[in-house]
Design a protein around this ligand. Structure first.
Ligand code: SAM
Ligand code: FES
Length: 360
């Protein structure tokens, strides 16, 4: 793979990646390999301009309710994996979920994300009733994020009113995917994403940055995968090792690599919604602000009630686990102001969807 050796080449590479229908892997890898501080700032500033043109100044808020940490999965990176016997498990009752969504709505947010581990204990029909209940009581968009399920389950929830679904690909490197997800299949992950799109969900994907064994080439392939699949949302966050997992003691992902991946995803996908992820805010300093300045336009304040929030421990030192419910929404207002942006209290539908329907 080639290295960028001078400023002119750097700027030409950035321009090519921005204008190409399908940027080359070589160009993406070259940009992902940049380490010079002033060049990094140029990549982030370029992405920030694309964000401004395509998405405007508003930061969209999605209130997340983590309603269960039950999980059958064995993902090597995730603290919720079923082999973590130290984690006390919880599932919110239907009433608690409705109450939590009520809090999201009372803070003026118009999107709620209902997220959980991937558990066979989640009854598709009962969960459809919860979705129906939420949609009939509140004027909110509902995003689901409960993992790989059958097409029938996705269809049931869509029919009950769910609008969007998040399922990260995590990595497009199939060998790495297989090593990190024992008993799961990359093919089924793709099947799920295809079903979700066909069923009319605004579909989100994304990846983890800094997984042991992941190369810049693999990240470049992830970015092309996002572009080819025209996802409505793309969540990119650092891998943060959890002590009760197979990857305990490994190095965590680098903030700069996450920011480069966010920025290049913005430059390449143009108008996908990109969150400044909570994981990016959980790396010591709150780097979500850097994410917002490198192409991100979404944040996901936490509305999981105490004491459960602490028990949704995907990775250690997750930010905002002690704050009162709703505090994050206020805090994000301040963060937006500090960088000359504002909070957008709209539903924040996919711009890709609107484009497909003929307008923004
Ligand atoms: N069960 C659903 C699923 O798998 O899509 C949603 C819950 S899952 C815990 C949500 C996301 O957490 C995953 O997509 C993964 O990227 C992220 N995650 C898991 N372990 C992580 C870790 N150690 N560091 C950073 N992010 C992690
Ligand atoms: Fe949660 Fe600041 S975002 S308290």
């Amino acid at each position: 793979m080639k290295e960028i050796s001078n400023q002119m080449e750097f700027e030409q590479t950035l321009a090519r990646v921005s204008s190409a229908d399908r940027p080359s892997l070589e160009d993406l890898v070259a940009l992902l390999s940049v380490t010079d501080k002033s060049d990094l700032e140029k990549i982030y500033a370029f992405a920030d301009r694309v964000r401004q043109e395509q998405m405007g100044e508003g930061i969209l808020l999605r209130g997340i309710v983590e309603f269960s940490n039950e999980c059958d999965g064995t993902c090597h990176y995730c603290g919720l994996n079923r082999n973590n016997a130290r984690l006390p498990r919880f599932t919110l009752s239907r009433e608690e979920i409705i109450e939590s969504v009520g809090r999201v709505v009372s803070h003026n947010l118009k999107t709620v994300v209902l997220q959980s581990g991937e558990s066979s204990k989640l009854d598709p029909a009962l969960f459809a009733e919860v979705v129906r209940d939420v949609k009939s009581r509140f004027d909110v968009s509902v995003t689901l994020s409960v993992g790989e399920k059958s097409r029938d389950a996705y269809a049931l929830w869509r029919e009950a009113g769910a609008d969007r679904y998040l399922l990260k690909i995590e990595t497009t490197d199939e060998k790495l995917y297989a090593a990190l997800h024992p008993g799961m299949s990359f093919g089924n992950r793709l099947r799920c994403l295809r079903d979700l799109k066909e069923l009319g969900y605004q579909t989100g994907s994304g990846d983890l940055i800094g997984l042991p064994g992941q190369t810049p080439l693999a990240i470049a392939r992830d970015i092309l995968f996002f572009k080819e699949n025209d996802f409505d949302m793309i969540g990119i966050g650092p891998f943060i090792p959890h002590g009760q997992t197979a990857l305990a003691g490994q190095a965590r992902g680098s903030v700069d690599m996450v920011l480069k991946a966010v920025a290049l995803t913005r430059i390449v996908t143009k108008n996908a919604h990109l969150p400044a992820t909570t994981a990016l805010g959980s790396m010591g300093k709150d780097h979500r602000i850097d994410g917002l300045k490198a192409g991100a336009n979404v944040m996901m304040p936490n509305f999981t009630p105490s004491p459960y929030r602490k028990m949704y421990e995907i990775y250690p030192d997750k930010r905002c686990v002690e704050e009162p419910v709703g505090q994050c929404a206020f805090c994000i207002e301040g963060m937006a102001k500090s960088i000359g942006r504002c909070v957008d209290y709209g539903k924040g539908d996919s711009l890709k969807k609107n484009q497909k329907e003929g307008g923004r």
